[in-house]
Design a protein around this ligand. Structure first.
Ligand code: C2O
Ligand code: CU
Length: 544
């Protein structure tokens, strides 16, 4: 196995991702950052030099389990202190499983400022994958984009009354978009090369693997390649039982691989399109171009059609079906343990604290501590976090998930769930009505340090006496990010066998910021010697 070294300088740069000039957080001057390519078993070393003048950084390797290196997970407040301006922190970890992953900032709301990119882990040469050969792969990184700075967004979310981030101005594909009302913005330049759409070349008759990741801050997306059916073959680094779709629903934090064959008229170009679903769309379609080699159309030519508009934004049943259709490939089923040792039921609600809007789980809104849990727990530092564990369940028989709750007041805590090492844990995420009547959103939940089996989805109220009997224990897909659909529930299972402290949270940037997350600890006593570089904040300040 190889060791792959990267040197990254994090800095602010003016970019024009959607033709509008904005200060973005970049890697070596670019957003998105470079795609990290490796082969299974390789070691990745990334020396991150924070050259921002006044802002901290931490980078999370989303989907990489960090087995034996929990301090390299890059989650500020959980696994490390932030990287201070002027400092360099070196992440070193093994990519032990082939698949499509991503990386992004995990400090405040910095991810939305542009610090993100993809990770591609190939199978070792000569090792077959459970689908036919393909010519090459293309990477597609989907994002949403705001003209306001992330500072302004974060300050707005913490204000009374709340200033919500609102719908994104643009949708980006590989960092490129186009703001439609360009003439309304003085800082807009349609001729700027940053905003010319990405072009994906194909040779007529060949098959391609498109590796797709969504790093959106808010938006659930639907992705389509005009005129080309997609066969879904991978989800979050796991082979799925192939299924064919016209378009693909993808939530923030998810990755997919699809195969497409270039079997259409080669003399014209086709749109790649991303559209907002699950929220009333206030953002135009994100676009890129599929172009045939040797055809009569110039590679950058605008396709002659209008871009696909995607399914109806509120067709929850359509998106629910794709979730249920995503199961393990028959030759790659990893059977889940038949039963769990512990069940944690988490009710997702929108709440108020002192006039501020928050999100909570079982009526606890999460806050990050100043001392990373990993250091506090491994070192036994007292008073670094709330030692009372958050509640295991809620009043599932009595809570009316279809209505606005009567008393939305809640409390904050940075308590965490301590899991018995190697035990099997079930988590059921129950969605509910928000503070506004007749509304419930999709929440993509992401677990650090593990893949979980997706055992089931349902609409309405989860009943612990009934629904576990309907779980798919035969061929559930393993994932690291899963959707909890509006007014629905999602059940998952994992084995707590990766020593460390791991965040589990909604991947909508603003939701996590507003408290929508929990933390799990398992086997922290088995974690090896902590690198001193992760310390230096909170109770770890001044000496290790
Ligand atoms: Cu991709 Cu904790 O997130
Ligand atoms: Cu959410």
């Amino acid at each position: 196995a190889a060791t792959r070294y990267h040197k990254w300088e994090i800095s602010y740069q003016f970019t024009s991702q959607d033709c509008v000039r904005k200060l973005a957080v970049t890697i070596n001057g670019k957003t998105p950052g470079p795609t990290i390519r490796a082969v299974r078993g390789d070691t990745i070393v990334v020396a991150v030099n924070n050259t921002l003048m006044t802002e901290n950084v931490a980078i999370h390797w989303h989907g990489i389990r960090q087995i034996g290196t929990p301090w390299a997970d890059g989650t500020e407040g959980v696994t490390q202190c932030p990287i201070l301006p002027g400092d360099t922190f070196t992440y070193k970890f093994v990519v032990d499983r082939p698949g499509t992953y991503m990386y992004h900032a995990h400090y405040g709301m910095q991810r939305s400022a542009g610090l993100n990119g993809m990770i591609v882990v190939e199978v070792p040469p000569g090792q077959p994958e459970p689908f036919g050969a393909y010519e090459r792969d293309h990477t597609v990184l989907l994002n949403d984009w705001w003209h306001k700075s992330t500072y302004e967004q974060a300050a707005g979310l913490a204000s009374v009354p709340i200033v919500w981030v609102g719908e994104p101005q643009s949708l980006l594909i590989n960092g490129r978009g186009r703001f439609v009302n360009c003439s309304s913005e003085a800082s807009c330049n349609v001729a700027h090369p940053d905003c010319s759409p990405a072009v994906f070349p194909v040779v007529p008759g060949k098959t391609y693997r498109f590796r797709i990741a969504s790093v959106t801050s808010l938006s659930a997306l639907n992705f389509e390649i005009e005129g080309h059916e997609m066969t879904v073959v991978e989800a979050d680094g796991h082979y799925v039982k192939p299924f064919v779709v016209k378009n693909l629903n993808i939530y923030s934090g998810e990755t997919y691989s699809v195969l497409i064959t270039a079997n259409q008229d080669p003399n014209r170009n086709y749109w790649l399109a991303s559209n907002v679903v699950s929220r009333p769309p206030g953002t135009p379609t994100g676009t890129a171009v599929l172009s045939y080699y040797g055809g009569r159309s110039s590679p950058r030519a605008r396709p002659p059609t209008s871009p696909p508009a995607g399914p109806a934004w509120n067709d929850t049943a359509y998106r629910f079906r794709q979730s249920v259709d995503t199961v393990a490939h028959p030759a790659h089923v990893v059977a889940p343990p038949a039963r769990s040792d512990r069940s944690i039921l988490l009710l997702n609600t929108q709440n108020m604290i002192d006039g501020k809007i928050k999100w909570a789980l079982n009526n606890v809104s999460f806050t990050l501590p100043h001392t990373p849990y990993l250091v506090a727990m491994k070192r036994g530092l007292l008073g670094a976090y709330d030692e009372r564990p958050p509640p295991e369940t809620y009043d599932h028989a009595g809570y009316d998930i279809f209505n606005v709750q009567k008393n939305p007041n809640t409390t904050t805590s940075n308590g965490l769930y301590r899991l018995q090492f190697s035990s099997v844990v079930d988590v059921v995420l129950q969605n509910s009505n928000m503070l506004r009547a007749n509304s419930s959103e999709t929440h993509p939940w992401h677990l650090h340090g593990h893949d979980f089996w997706v055992l089931g989805y349902g609409f309405g109220r989860f009943d612990p006496a009934v629904h576990p009997a309907t779980y798919n224990l035969k061929n559930p897909i393993m994932k690291n990010t899963v959707a909890v659909h509006p007014f629905g529930w999602t059940a998952l299972r994992f084995r707590a066998d990766n020593p460390g402290v791991w965040a589990f949270h909604c991947h909508i940037e603003a939701h996590f910021f507003m408290g929508m997350g929990v933390v799990f600890e398992e086997g922290v006593e088995r974690v090896g010697e902590l690198p001193p570089e992760i310390m230096g904040c909170g109770k770890t300040r001044g000496g290790h």
